[in-house]
Design a protein around this ligand. Structure first.
Ligand code: CS2
Length: 487
């Protein structure tokens, strides 16, 4: 689109309706690592809702991998549009809580200085599963991860999230500034404790005393975050232009639903997140388990099987009655039996998820969710499988989701077209698939022997591998649609 066709661009000068607070009075209180669509559709909205009450919690965002967010948002004073979409329509609003976005690659010193600034009391993260540089099966730091090796060699110019956090905590300690709270907003189990273990593990490789101080003084909260926020597309930009009359280079499109459950341990204070609708609790684990196994587990199963069946979007996949029945039964029979009873009415939660997946206005690509499966499967599907195996129960449906992943990572769809498999382990997955040459037993056996995904126990679980071989064989023989229909 040309500049003239776009019309005026969103910025502080063109923003017609204004924000509910005086933006010039907002000061930074949070540094957010990984300022992608999810954070801008979730955490930044909660913060935006409470800035009027307390202007000391503005957000300085950072992109760890790509400069495009800064490039898109800087010319519009870091303002962006949130478009909330459902079958009944679209509503838009401008979010002003992000004061700046730093590109870590070119502004590393500025980013570290921002994290060390005493006004910053929270460093939050949405760096995706792979951004933690850990072993997904054990949740421990991977000391051989290339970014970790880099940061150990160059501790003053780190590239990884753990490296940045440790460097900033080290500078604060030297300056006598209390540590910030670390708030992981990624879909990892016990994300606060996992982050604490990884950060302290990295610090210990550098300096034992620093690691001890971090373990003693820094707070790492666990959170359960939930909102479906697909990657922004060119069509979304056009839709926002039509709806608002202003060109926005990087709007965010989200579903109406939003949930945030946070462990309430903030030694240096926190924004009144509850005023914006977040739930503050003493123990977030049951909520995390529920969300990871019910929502994300279903999402991953839908992504692999749906992609193989030729569906581009989640809403199309769940509109196929056979897929809806499979996912309904997977949640009801497989997952719900593994969750704490204290969670209450899980049937209602399941039904709300099925409705959210069906949102026809969200174009959430199966390919997007299929990304990084090696990092996602342990907490999404394998925990359910372990619990079911321990209880002597069937793992057939959950194993079909994993079989879908195994078939997907072969890199060819059912028509023989290449699949763009994005995963930190992609080359390894590909070579296992090539060696298996379409033989289900060999494919299952090869992939099960990836300890970072399946640990040491699951390759030994005969009932699980038998279901996998059966699932992969059916996927090859019948295709995904027929396999799901007959399941
Ligand atoms: C999705 C999640 O991309 C994915 O893997 O499963 O991003 C999902 O949309 C969110 O966790 C919903 O809260």
């Amino acid at each position: 689109m040309t500049e003239t066709a776009r019309g005026a661009r969103l910025s502080a000068a063109t923003l017609a309706t204004g924000l509910p607070y005086d933006r010039s009075a907002i000061t930074p209180g949070i540094v957010h690592l990984g300022i992608g669509a999810f954070c801008r559709g979730h955490l930044a909205v909660y913060v935006d809702d409470m800035l009027r009450a307390d202007p000391s919690w503005g957000i300085v965002g950072a992109s760890l991998r790509r400069p495009d967010t800064r490039r898109a948002l800087a010319p519009q004073d870091f303002l962006y549009t949130l478009a909330v979409r459902s079958g009944s329509g679209t509503s838009t609003r401008v979010i002003g809580s992000v004061l700046d976005v730093l590109d870590a690659a070119t502004q590393r010193d500025e980013l570290i200085a921002a994290m060390a600034d005493p006004r910053i009391r929270i460093v939050s993260l949405t760096v995706t599963e792979k951004g933690y540089c850990h072993d997904p099966a054990t949740g421990a730091l991977d000391p051989q991860h290339p970014d970790i090796l880099h940061d150990l060699a160059h501790p003053e110019s780190p590239v990884s999230a753990p490296g940045l956090i440790v460097r900033a905590l080290e500078l604060r300690r030297a300056a006598g500034v209390a540590p910030f709270a670390v708030l992981s907003c990624d879909n990892l189990p016990e994300n606060g404790q996992t982050t604490a273990r990884i950060v302290a593990g990295f610090a210990a490789l550098r300096d034992d005393a620093l690691a001890d101080d971090i373990r003693r003084d820094a707070a790492f909260q666990s959170t359960m975050v939930d909102r479906i926020v697909p990657a922004t597309t060119e069509d979304d930009r056009k839709m926002v232009l039509e709806a608002t009359g202003l060109w926005d280079a990087w709007p965010v499109v989200a579903e109406p639903f939003s949930q945030w459950v946070i462990e309430d341990r903030f030694p240096q204070g926190r924004p009144a997140f509850e005023a914006a609708g977040a739930e503050l609790v003493a123990d977030v684990r049951p909520f995390e388990l529920m969300k990871l196994r019910m929502l994300n587990g279903s999402h991953s199963a839908l992504a692999y099987l749906g992609y193989l069946a030729g569906y581009e979007f989640v809403s199309q996949t769940i509109a196929d009655p056979a897929f809806r029945i499979l996912i309904h039964d997977f949640m009801t029979d497989d997952v719900m039996s593994t969750l704490p009873v204290s969670l209450g009415d899980l049937g209602a939660y399941r039904d709300s998820l099925l409705e959210r997946f069906a949102n026809p206005a969200l174009r959430h690509r199966t390919w997007q969710i299929a990304m990084d499966g090696s990092q996602k499967l342990p907490q999404r599907l394998l925990g359910t499988i372990r619990d079911r195996l321990a209880a002597g129960k069937s793992v057939r449906r959950a194993a079909l989701g994993v079989a879908g992943w195994m078939r997907y990572v072969t890199g060819h769809d059912e028509a023989g077209r290449p699949i763009d498999v994005r995963d930190p382990l992609a080359p390894r997955l590909r070579s296992i698939a090539d060696d298996a040459a379409g033989n289900p037993e060999r494919l299952v056996e090869g992939l099960l022997r990836i300890p970072e995904v399946f640990g040491a126990d699951l390759p030994q679980a005969a009932a699980f591998s038998a279901e996998l071989v059966d699932g992969v064989s059916r996927l090859y023989r019948l295709g995904a649609r027929e396999t799901v229909r007959l399941s």
